[in-house]
Write a protein that binds this ligand. Structure first.
Ligand SMILES: C[S@@+](CC[C@H](N)C(=O)[O-])C[C@H]1O[C@@H](n2cnc3c(N)ncnc32)[C@H](O)[C@@H]1O
Length: 280
């Protein structure tokens, strides 16, 4: 994507300006979301026009003007070209998601990870998704493995509402149970124990490890633990997350059954996932 934009702007921007463009942009349905450095702010309309011209489905270009922040993990988006809207329909792994990018978190960059998790789930499992957003992990699992029950928790009322609509549209009402609330407080609403708990909130997952473990079936279950980490060398990327886990799983035995880099989130910053098998 980054290469595509840089190529499209060659001849319009000089070499220095091209180098200044950040890593890339996301396309969600027919909306492109891009971060633009301050030094190129006067050129934001040209960037928008180029994206509208060159990227086939795009009819709206939004500039992300703040980092993702707050409990709801949302960001400020400014229209810089095309149709004025923040809601779109996005397709992934045979599912349709209606998302409002201004009111709920959504990233197409988690697509591979969503598929990986769905492939690990076995028929008959109970799964809890503690930080479900608009329901993408939960719905993709339910579509792929219909004999599962997935509790899909989120604290953001807008995200929860979009998840409810996405559950309906994808016809997985029998399998996916949306729950609005703080992950820590909703545990009591989940009446059964789970084989698997997903924790896709890298900024804070560590604070909810005890909650995740309480949800697991005896004698053991799996937790997919996401975190952000800095590593000056890529080969050392799992060192700190491994220490973090060791420090925070105090009473339970555990093993790390697999680990992978989900994506790079900045220079030498990574989002990683550790799959933990935990004895309860
Ligand atoms: C990174 S997003 C999840 C992305 C989602 N899994 C996906 O595939 O699109 C993290 C989500 O956690 C939610 N969240 C943050 N704190 C929470 C909490 N204490 N309890 C439940 N949900 C929370 C946010 O509202 C946000 O939707």
């Amino acid at each position: 994507m980054a290469r595509m934009l840089k190529k499209a702007l060659t001849g319009i921007f000089n070499e220095t300006e091209i180098q200044l463009l950040y890593g890339g942009f996301d396309v969600v349905g027919n909306i492109a979301v891009i971060k633009i450095p301050d030094s190129l702010m006067t050129k934001k309309r040209i960037i928008a026009t180029t994206l509208l011209d060159k990227i086939k489905p795009v009819t709206t270009v939004l500039m992300q003007s703040t980092p993702v922040s707050g409990d709801f993990r949302t960001r400020h988006l400014e229209l810089i070209g095309g149709e004025d809207k923040t809601t779109t329909e996005y397709r992934e792994h045979g599912c349709i998601f209606k998302v409002d990018l201004a009111t709920a978190y959504f990233s197409p960059r988690l697509s591979t990870e969503r598929q990986r998790i769905a492939e690990l789930v076995q028929p008959g499992e109970t799964v809890v998704n503690l930080f479900a957003g608009v329901g993408a992990f939960s719905i993709i699992i339910a579509k792929k493995v219909p004999e599962t029950r997935i509790y899909s928790v989120d604290i953001n009322p807008e995200a929860n509402q979009q998840a409810i609509e996405n559950i309906r549209v994808n016809k997985v009402n029998k399998n996916v149970i949306p729950i609005l609330g703080d992950a820590r407080n909703v545990v009591s609403q989940i009446e059964e124990k789970a084989e698997r708990v997903l924790m896709p909130l890298p900024e804070k997952a560590v604070e909810y490890l005890d909650t995740a473990i309480k949800l697991l079936k005896t004698p053991y279950g799996v937790v997919h633990y996401y975190t952000h980490t800095y590593a000056s060398r890529r080969e050392n990327v799992f060192e700190d997350p491994t220490k973090e886990i060791k420090k925070n799983i105090l009473k339970n035995r555990y093993s790390i059954v697999s680990k992978r880099i989900v994506r790079e989130v900045g220079p030498r910053w990574y989002q990683v996932v550790l799959d933990l098998k935990i004895s309860t």
